[in-house]
Design a protein around this ligand. Structure first.
Ligand code: C2O
Length: 520
């Protein structure tokens, strides 16, 4: 008797056009954009035709791009943008990675609506290190503005104030029925009792860390950022923008309807944010109707931590371990220390100098704010054979010798206000050997580093007012951006670039740029 009512929301997997939304840039008319399903070892060629009115680039978040830095995507770093009417084909191979990644625009704030899942299945003939689930569901957490995100960006750039908060968080494109605008369009996921379900969760929000849960179900974490982890069980996840987490659960509850929910984790005490819960509904196919009028039962509400519950957030993020012993560099060749945070910088008096004593609010790494260059950094560095010029053009740049073992200490600073920062490195996965609150103390903290089974990630949430230490081998030549994946912070300058070169100061063994690389 529920027929006709059941499933009246949107069912995940039904491709849908975004109708009635003006002034939004989408990919193939979909929000979120199409899911790419590929296998480890595949070579991808993705032709991007820009029929929008803004410049655009696409980044394949977490793909290492070995030998293909031209395909990485951040605008003015590895390429100039694809202009309206122009085309560029991203070509790259997936090498020894499987799990959940995603793709998104890497040009101004277009990724608000230009993003999608990138799912990498194990190589043909191999399988997951856990029992094959009956059902797999990508979950894309997003952030929606009723205004054009480029206008929100302008406001954030020119006033230096916190950007206007978004109008809703979304799950697979819909805010869900706890937002008044959207009760009819909540996304539904249908399961059979007893099914094992794999959720591939992606935090694609522009500016917000999010807690995530499924009401009544215990979740087992099995992967993050396209690397498997030692399984551990949890009720709640926390994902910083850019991060992905794979979880398994069994549909072992009384057949019914349960909320799948996401809500803000806001570590900065006074920054404004939206505290509404975004929802989707997990529905057992055998769930009974509550009344003979055919109304479906109300879903069970989940319990989520308070917005400022840093203890729960950090307990979760520090729980990850690699599944088996890994090869972490124990000796290091280059030891880098970077502060990440906010501050006031000198500027010429003017409307942007709203800080004390004619200063301007900005974000920085080691007190240098990244300014987007006018031309891309990669082409001239490769063509001239020397990266030295890079340093003149870009003070926030670090050069690493090919093959060197690098350690980076990321220290959240408290000059202005502390907040946790999801720091993302392009071109690499790294091991997180330690993290903690307060100031990093080399003597005390180095002794506790995990060299056995540290997690492998591409985005690390540096704890609020704390630190994280990452290690990797600089074996992928190119120019790679490292930045806070909160777009407001990236806009304010919380970014830098690494140039990985050979001992002679050259970027080695990179093929020449593809012919259709967009001109600057
Ligand atoms: Cu997912 Cu530089 O970004």
């Amino acid at each position: 008797q529920c027929a006709g009512i059941r499933g009246r929301g949107q069912v995940w997997g039904t491709p849908r056009e975004v109708k009635g939304i003006h002034n939004r840039i989408t990919v193939n008319g979909q929000y979120p954009g199409p899911t790419l399903e590929v296998r480890d070892g595949d070579t991808l060629a993705i032709k991007v035709m820009n029929s929008a009115r803004y410049n655009v680039t696409i980044h394949w978040h977490g793909i290492r791009q070995i030998g293909t830095p031209w395909a990485d995507g951040p605008e003015y770093v590895t390429q100039c943008p694809i202009q309206p009417g122009a085309t560029y084909t991203y070509k790259f191979t997936i090498e020894n990675q499987d799990g959940t990644l995603w793709w998104h625009a890497h040009s101004r704030w277009l990724r608000a609506t230009v993003f999608g899942a990138l799912i990498i299945y194990p190589k043909l003939g191999t399988s997951y290190p856990f029992a094959q689930p009956q059902l797999e569901i990508p979950i894309l957490l997003g952030e929606w503005w009723n205004r054009d995100p480029i206008d929100v960006l302008r406001q954030a750039t020119f006033t230096g104030a916190a950007p206007n908060i978004s109008d809703a968080y979304t799950i697979n494109g819909q805010p869900g029925d706890l937002y008044r605008c959207s009760s009819k369009d909540t996304v539904n996921f249908f399961v059979n009792s007893g099914d094992t379900v794999l959720l591939r969760i992606i935090n694609a929000a522009l500016n917000q860390q999010l807690f995530f849960t499924v009401a009544n179900h215990r979740l087992t974490v099995v992967g993050a950022d396209a690397a498997y982890t030692k399984p551990f069980s949890t009720r709640t996840l926390m994902l910083g923008p850019g991060q992905t987490t794979d979880v398994l659960f069994t549909a072992d509850q009384t057949p019914g309807r349960y909320y799948v929910a996401a809500r803000a984790y806001a570590s900065a005490p006074n920054a404004p944010f939206d505290n509404t819960t975004a929802t989707a509904v997990l529905e057992y196919k055998s769930a009974p109707c509550i009344s003979n009028k055919g109304f479906l039962s109300k879903p069970n509400l989940p319990r989520l931590p308070a917005y400022n519950d840093s203890a729960t957030a950090t307990a979760f993020t520090t729980h990850f371990r690699s599944p088996s012993n890994v090869k972490v560099p124990t000796q290091i060749d280059e030891n880098l220390f970077f502060t990440v945070g906010f501050g006031f910088f000198n500027c010429n008096p003017g409307p942007q100098c709203q800080g004390p004593n004619n200063t301007r609010f900005a974000a920085s790494m080691n007190n240098v704010s990244f300014c987007t260059p006018k031309n891309d950094l990669l082409t001239p560095s490769i063509l001239s054979g020397y990266t030295e010029r890079l340093h003149h053009r870009l003070p926030s740049c670090s050069t690493n010798k090919f093959g060197s073992k690098v350690q980076i200490v990321l220290q959240d600073t408290a000059i202005f206000s502390v907040e946790d920062h999801p720091m993302h490195l392009h071109g690499y996965s790294f091991y997180v050997v330690g993290q903690g609150f307060g100031n990093f103390n080399p003597r005390r903290d180095t002794a506790k580093f995990n060299f056995i089974d540290p997690p492998k990630r591409n985005t690390i949430d540096v704890p609020v007012g704390g630190w994280a230490v990452i290690r990797f081998v600089a074996d992928n030549p190119g120019v790679w951006l490292m930045h806070c994946h909160i777009d407001a912070h990236l806009t304010w300058g919380l970014a830098m670039a690494f140039a990985v070169e050979n001992g002679a100061g050259e970027l080695q063994s990179i093929n020449p740029p593809p012919e259709d690389l967009p001109p600057c």
